[in-house]
Structure formats: structure tokens, C-alpha cells
Design a binder for this molecule. Structure first.
Ligand code: MN
Length: 307
């Protein structure tokens, strides 16, 4: 997936509001936009909420029949997390990885100082529906300039709480831990909640957010519609999730310790300073070895101009 390109998406994270946000549920609707011709709902970043733990970008795509063809584009300073509910995407990157990802599987690409990848829906998916999310995790100072890496996890651990079956993508839920790489304290999980009320365990030192992917759900008594984010401040040991409809709901849980460093996001880059963004843009535009080569028939995606 390609990242923020419009002025409205050029953001710098700010801290200091975590304490005021404690114990609140803040409902934030997603914003309709498009990436490579694909209609998406951008849930993060928001002007009022730049990050949730190290999570700095969330796109939810559920537009029905579509054909995703996103050519090679670069990333720095982040991990991309690709998770599907329906459909099938082929990932290729400049490390030589070529990996299909299917529902219930995790593709995790660590950009470090630079990587490029291409993503396309497969032939079988084009005629069907593609439903899923792509998220970015900001890398901490210790690894953001490190080597790139790619992981695929076909099997992930599951844990039961009340009416919920939770698949742990990253970090742990109630002590059940994913094998996937994490570079800072965080959690990412998909919760399938059956009708009724459930209590999910949280890390009290984390801030969290729930993204409803499908179904009718209330979070701590507040209705949350699909595509909207319910932000929960820190100091919570659990969250009450109620499914109000007759059908199960699907919810994504993200969280982590409030990110200690301000991040600068521009296009597909997560950096700290404008100079780092300028250098990464120049390196991509000049086809520098920094980002390598992706073996694909799709055309490279050029960077937008710097303002
Ligand atoms: Mn991408």
C-alpha cells in the first residue's frame, strides 16, 4: 500500500495528550480516499490522533470488487502489516520475497533504512471482493535505520475470552504471544466476537484502539460502525465489547506504549526530520541502490513533489 500523499496527511506526531485521554473512548470515523485506484478508508493518522502506540497508519479497504495493482514504491522507518479478511494479495519486494497473503495470514515487512515492494490482487481476487487492512508500525530509533526484512506467518496463535476468538498478529493478548517480530512494546490482534458481551484483556501501560471491520459493535457502551476507530487511553486492564447484532463481528485491536519519539510522516516514509525525507525521496527518484529492485511487470510509483 502507498501512504499519505495529500497535504492533509502530512503530519507530525505530538505527545502530551495521553494523560487527558485516559479512561475515555474517542470515536473517530475513517476518511474516504484512494490508493492506486483502490478506494480505502483512512483511519490513521488523524489530525487529532497521530499515533496509537507505534501504530501510525491504518487503511481499511472493503470496497467490494476491485483490482489492486500497486507498483514498486519505497518505505523507510516502518513495518507494513498486511491482513486480509477476504481475497488474496501477492507481495513482491526488493529483498526478493514473493509471497501471497490470504485471510488469516500475516505479511510483515520491516523497512528499516529502505525497502521497496509491489502489491497486486491475484486473478482470483479480481472477480471477487478484497477486504482487509494495511497498517504501519513506526520503528524505534534502535532499528529504524537497520536492514530491511520480511516475514510471512501462515499460522498465528488464537485465544478465547468470553464470546471472542482472538488471533494474535503481533505482541500478546492475555499472555498468548505471536511469533512475529516486534521492535517496541505493542499489540495487534483480530477479534471475532459472537453476539453478547465480552471482556478483552489489555496492557495497562498501553494505549489501544479498536477498528470495527464488520458487524454491529459497542465498545464500553459506545456504538462503533465499520471503518471507524474507537480510541482507548492508557490505564485500562480490559475493554468491554458487545455485539448487538445477530451475527458475529470482526474487530481489529491495536495498541502499544505511547511512542516516545515524534515521527514525521511524508508519502511512504516515516522519519524524524525533513532532511531525512528529502534524502529518501531523492534516493528513490534516482533509483539508488538503497531501495533495491522489485521483480514485477508493474511500473515504479514516482514520489510526489515536496512542498
Ligand atoms: Mn507499501
Amino acid at each position: 500500500m502507498s501512504g499519505p500523499v495529500t497535504i492533509g496527511d502530512v503530519v507530525t506526531a505530538e505527545r502530551g495528550d495521553a494523560q487527558a485521554a485516559a479512561r475515555v473512548v474517542e470515536i473517530m470515523p475513517g476518511r474516504a480516499t484512494e490508493v492506486g485506484g483502490v478506494a480505502v478508508r483512512r483511519v490513521l493518522p488523524k489530525r487529532t490522533r497521530r499515533t496509537v502506540g507505534p501504530w501510525c497508519f491504518v487503511d481499511h479497504f472493503s470496497a467490494g470488487p476491485l483490482d489492486m495493482q500497486i507498483g514498486p514504491h519505497p518505505h523507510i522507518g516502518l513495518q507494513t502489516v498486511t491482513w486480509l479478511v477476504q481475497g488474496d494479495i501477492l507481495h513482491r519486494d526488493s529483498l526478493g520475497s514473493e509471497q501471497r497473503v490470504k485471510p488469516g495470514q500475516l505479511n510483515l515487512m520491516t523497512a528499516g533504512r529502505g525497502v521497496a515492494h509491489a502489491e497486486e490482487s491475484t486473478r482470483g481476487t479480481t472477480a471477487a471482493s478484497l477486504h482487509g487492512v494495511q497498517l504501519w508500525v513506526a520503528l524505534p530509533e534502535g532499528t529504524r535505520n537497520g536492514p530491511p526484512a520480511f516475514e510471512h506467518h501462515a499460522e498465528l496463535p488464537k485465544v478465547e475470552h468470553d464470546e471472542c476468538t482472538t488471533t494474535v498478529l503481533l505482541g500478546d493478548v492475555g499472555g498468548v504471544r505471536s511469533p512475529a517480530r516486534t521492535d517496541s512494546p505493542l499489540v495487534g490482534a483480530e477479534v471475532v466476537a459472537r453476539p453478547g458481551t465480552s471482556s478483552l484483556p489489555l496492557h495497562p501501560t498501553f494505549e489501544h484502539a479498536l477498528l470495527v471491520l464488520e458487524g454491529a459493535v459497542t465498545v464500553e457502551g459506545r456504538a462503533v460502525t465499520p471503518g471507524a476507530l474507537a480510541y482507548l487511553g492508557p490505564d485500562r486492564a480490559e475493554v468491554a465489547v458487545m455485539v448487538t447484532g445477530r451475527h458475529p463481528a470482526r474487530v481489529l485491536l491495536i495498541g502499544g506504549e505511547p511512542f516516545p519519539e515524534p515521527v514525521l510522516m511524508w508519502w511512504n516514509f516515516v522519519a524524524r526530520t525533513p532532511a531525512e525525507v528529502d534524502e529518501a525521496r531523492d534516493d528513490w527518484q534516482s533509483a539508488s541502490e538503497r531501495f533495491g529492485t522489485v521483480r514485477t511487470r508493474l511500473a515504479r510509483v514516482g514520489a510526489p513533489p515536496r512542498q
